[in-house]
Structure formats: C-alpha cells, structure tokens
Design a protein around this ligand. Structure first.
Ligand code: NAD
Length: 490
C-alpha cells in the first residue's frame, strides 16, 4: 500500500501564523522521520521564542473579532472544517501513519474520532448558556454569562497526532478563544495539515496559529507562552512530568490549565467475568496503537480462579497479532514511535523477567522488521515492585498480576499516583456498583475496553491531571463566568 497523498498540499513544512505560512524566524528546520524506516519524510520549521511571540501577537490581534462573532457563525466554520477533515480523511490517515507508524486502519479510525470532536463542538458552540439568578433583592437583577477565557496555548503528544489537537482546538474555537498550538516534535505533519484545512474552512487569520519545533526548540518556544500574560490558558496532553513543569512555570501569570497526563490503568478480571469478553476488552484497550495510549491497561489483575484460563486465552489472541509497517494493509501493530520508546519497553520486560515474571508470548525486539519494532508480549507472574507495575510501559506488553479477592484488587488498582482510566470485568451487578465507586480514576470501563467518545467527559484524577475534554463539560475549560449585577430597577 502506498502512503502517497492525493492532496500533496496537505504536507506542510512551515508555520501558520496570522493566516500566513511562514518559515521559522531563524529559518531553522528539523527532520520528521518515519518510525517504520527511520527515513526523513520532510524537514519542517524549527520554531523558537520569536515564532511563539509572533503567534501570540497574531492570536491577540484576532481575538476581539472572533469572540464577538455570533456562535452560529463560529459553528458554521467548525462544520466546514469537519467536512474537510472527512473529505480528506484518507490523506490525513496516510500522513499520520507515515509520521507516527500506526496501521492505516487505526489512522482512519483516529481521523473519524478526531473529526467527531469538531462536529460535537460545532454544535456545542450554539449552546453556551448563562443563568438569570432568582431575584434576591428588589430592584436588582443578577445574571451569570459565560465568556471565552482568551488566548489558549495547546501542546500535544505524538500518540494521537490528530485527535489530541482536534479535541483542544475545536472547543477553544467554539468558545470564542483564539489559539496558538505546538504539536509534538515526532508528529507535526498531521497537525499542520489540520491547520491548513481549518484555514480552508474559513477560520480567520490569527484565530488558529500553529508552529512546529524540535524538542529542544519547542521547550524554549513554549516557555515564551508560559510567561506571556496575554495567554490565559494552557491545554496540555502529555506526560505528568511535563504537565507539572507547565503548571509551575505558568503560575507567574496564573493561567487556567487543563492537564491530560499520564496514566497507569488497572484492568481487573474477576472470577465471575465473561472471560472471552474480558480478553476482547484487553485486546482493544491494551494493543490499540501498539499500547502507546494513555488509557492503555498497564497492569492486568486477574483473580486466582480464572488466572490460568485467562492467560491462555489472551496469549493465543496476542500471538496472532500481525506486526508490520503501515504500508501492509493487514498490519495490526506498527513500529513504536522512536528508539527511546523501544528501549523503555525492553527495560520493563527485562526488569520483570529478572524479578521472576515469565514470558508467555513475545518478549523481544523484532529487529528483522526494523529498529523500532517490539513483539506483542504477555507476561505472567507480574508483581508489585516491578517497573511494569509502577511506570507506564507505553508499548504492547500485557503483564498479568494475580489477586485473591475484591478488596485486594481495589487496593492494588488504586496503589498508584495516577488516576486516568481503569477497567473491570464482572457479571455481578452489585460488584459493578461497589467497584465502580471505589476505583480512583476519571474514566472507567465496566465490561468494556473501548471507552473514548466525543460525547463523554475524558480526563483524570490524582497525578493524571485535571480538566475534561469532550462532552457537554468540555467547553467549561475554555470559558470563564462573569457575574453581572444590575441595580436601580425598582
Ligand atoms: P511529553 O510530555 O514528553 O510531550 C508532550 C508534549 O510536550 C510534546 O509536544 C513535547 O514537545 C512537549 N514538551 C516536552 N517537554 C516540554 C517542556 N519542558 N516544556 C514545554 N513543552 C514540552 O509526552 P509524550 O511522550 O509526547 O506523550 C506520552 C505521554 O502523554 C504519556 O505519559 C501519556 O500517558 C500521555 N498522554 C496522556 C493523554 C491523556 O489524555 N491523559 C493522552 C495521550 C497521551
């Protein structure tokens, strides 16, 4: 299968600032590589603080006009953007597979998923209600209205190059905010293509500004936004360490923050679960995107009575997964994003084995396919104290932990500073109620491995961050409430 684009103009290598496609101020560039082959796809602008400042200037200039547009006008532009994303979905999927490595079937799924947020927030744009507060004193009328927070800086990771940025930009624009955005250094191409489509859809100059940067330059560019008092909000998806850094460094100008951070999701299989359904749930939740998903089950807890049977069933399904580059239409697992990722996965598996875990399937690099491939892996005998227990592996590794009873499962599951997603499988309705309430996570899959939806609130608790994306709650993070008290009415 060829990944050649039908619309070559969607391959952008410059920044979008103030409606113009421009080189970085210093004219520097950096390569975007294909993780399947290590080859350079294209060199893109390597932006610095000067570019970040220019983007913020453009967003500041565009803000008043965009804020004052009728919600319906903003909604129409978002709808056109959605239509263009859908119309070019095959090209967007190819770009994504090229720079991120995920199989084409997954890239197509992500385009549809990301687009669904744009459609959702186009509708939500027209439903930003305020309140008329019941009268408290004669002659006074009190009301609360919602206003856009101002300029939003969006910073995104590489694992979902389209969905992560779409679900930030769409609510920001719907709310009447203007945006400066920096996608991850590994995957700027899909985001730049999205920006090109937004421009084509009629997003006015300066309302959406996007710049690419290498890791090192990007830190400097984002630092400029963090100290810029005109930027009122940071919306970030990525690691907890970087999220904390952004919270600290933006404190000087007290910005509003949405932080969608790392997870360490438990997946609990009780003795009374439908085991086939639970295995299907693990396959969907764990092996999607090669396990490079923040809501991936990282620790799979299986009750003693079904541990052996579950391990067998899962091992058979995992052994049948096809690992291949995105150019293979049958690929189910692609390359990992880069050398750092593959080294971390190998370290986690080696650490588990050296502490007594056994490899049921996989457990090795697939160097015959390329430098960034790792075999889908099932580990039995995983235990507390192993790296697979305490850190996000972010790869196709399913470590199985054994537990005895419900209280122990909940204690193990919650024994982490993170709280993004959690899953459990059981056929007992009272247990569903008990366990659902006790798990410390923002997103819970109950007999379900595929939980994401534009209509549902997505976000974490504890060190997985705060704020919610999607759903009717997703606009709140981009709005502030203004209270008006009108007197002299009697
Ligand atoms: P990362 O935190 O390393 O990078 C994310 C973004 O932050 C990138 O654009 C990067 O260039 C930028 N960045 C890095 N250091 C920075 C700094 N000092 N200042 C400013 N910007 C900086 O994360 P990653 O490796 O790209 O992504 C994987 C992580 O993202 C995982 O922990 C995963 O769980 C998390 N994630 C969370 C969600 C969620 O919704 N909660 C979704 C996807 C991924």
């Amino acid at each position: 299968m060829s990944l050649k684009l039908t619309r070559g103009d969607l391959m952008r290598s410059q920044n979008l600032i103030g409606g113009k496609w421009v080189d970085a101020a210093g004219a520097a560039r950096f390569p975007v590589t294909n993780p399947a082959t290590g080859e350079t796809i294209v060199e893109v602008a390597n932006s610095t603080a000067a570019d970040a400042r220019a983007a913020a200037d453009a967003a500041a200039k565009a803000f008043k006009d965009w804020r004052d547009r009728l919600p319906r006008e903003r909604a129409e532009i978002l709808r056109r953007w959605h239509a263009l994303i859908v119309a070019t979905s095959e090209d967007l999927a190819k770009l994504m597979s090229m720079e991120q490595g995920k199989p084409m079937a997954e890239s197509r799924g992500e385009v549809a998923y990301g687009a669904s947020y744009v459609a959702w927030f186009a509708d939500e744009a027209t439903r930003i209600y305020g309140d008329l507060i019941p009268q408290q004193q004669r002659g006074k009328r009190m009301s609360a209205i919602k206003e856009p927070v101002g300029i939003v800086a969006a910073i995104t990771p590489w694992n979902f190059p389209l969905a992560m940025i779409a679900r930030k930009i769409a609510p920001a624009l719907a709310a009447g905010c203007t945006v400066v955005a920096k996608p991850a250094e590994d995957t700027p191409l899909t985001a730049l293509a999205l920006a090109a489509l937004a421009q084509e859809a009629g997003v006015p100059d300066g309302v959406l500004n996007m710049l690419s940067a290498s890791r090192e330059y990007g830190i400097e560019a984002v630092a400029d936004w963090l100290s810029d008092e005109r930027i009122r909000k940071i919306t970030f998806t990525g690691s907890t360490a970087v999220g904390k850094h952004l919270a600290r460094e933006s404190a000087g100008t007290l910005k509003k923050l949405s932080l969608e951070l790392g997870g360490n999701a438990p997946f609990i299989v009780f003795d009374d679960a439908d085991l086939d359904a639970a295995v299907t749930g693990v396959m969907a939740a764990k092996f999607r995107n090669g396990g490079q998903t923040c809501v991936c089950p990282n620790r799979i807890y299986v009750q003693a009575g079904v541990y052996g049977r579950f391990a067998d069933l899962l091992s058979k399904r995992v052994a049948a997964l096809k690992v291949a580059p995105a150019t293979d239409p049958d690929a189910q697992i692609g390359p990992m994003i880069n050398a750092r990722a593959i080294d971390k996965i190998a370290l986690h598996v080696d650490d588990a084995v050296s502490h007594g875990a056994s490899v049921l399937v996989g457990g090795k690099r697939l160097t015959e396919l390329g430098a960034n491939y790792y075999a889908p892996t099932v580990l039995a005998g995983a235990k507390d104290g192993m790296l697979v227990c305490s850190e996000e592996t972010f790869g196709p590794v399913a470590p199985l932990f054994r537990f005895e009873d419900e209280a122990e499962a909940i204690r193990f599951a919650n024994d982490t500073p993170f709280g993004l997603a959690a899953y459990f499988y059981t056929r007992d309705i009272r247990r569903i109620e008990r366990v659902g309430r006790q798990l410390e996570a923002g997103v819970i899959g109950v007999n379900e491995g595929a939980v994401a939806s534009e209509a549902a609130p997505f976000g974490g608790v504890k060190e997985s961050g705060y704020g919610r994306e999607g759903s009717k709650y997703g606009l709140d993070d981009y709005l502030s409430i203004k209270y008006l008290c009108q007197g002299g009415l009697d």
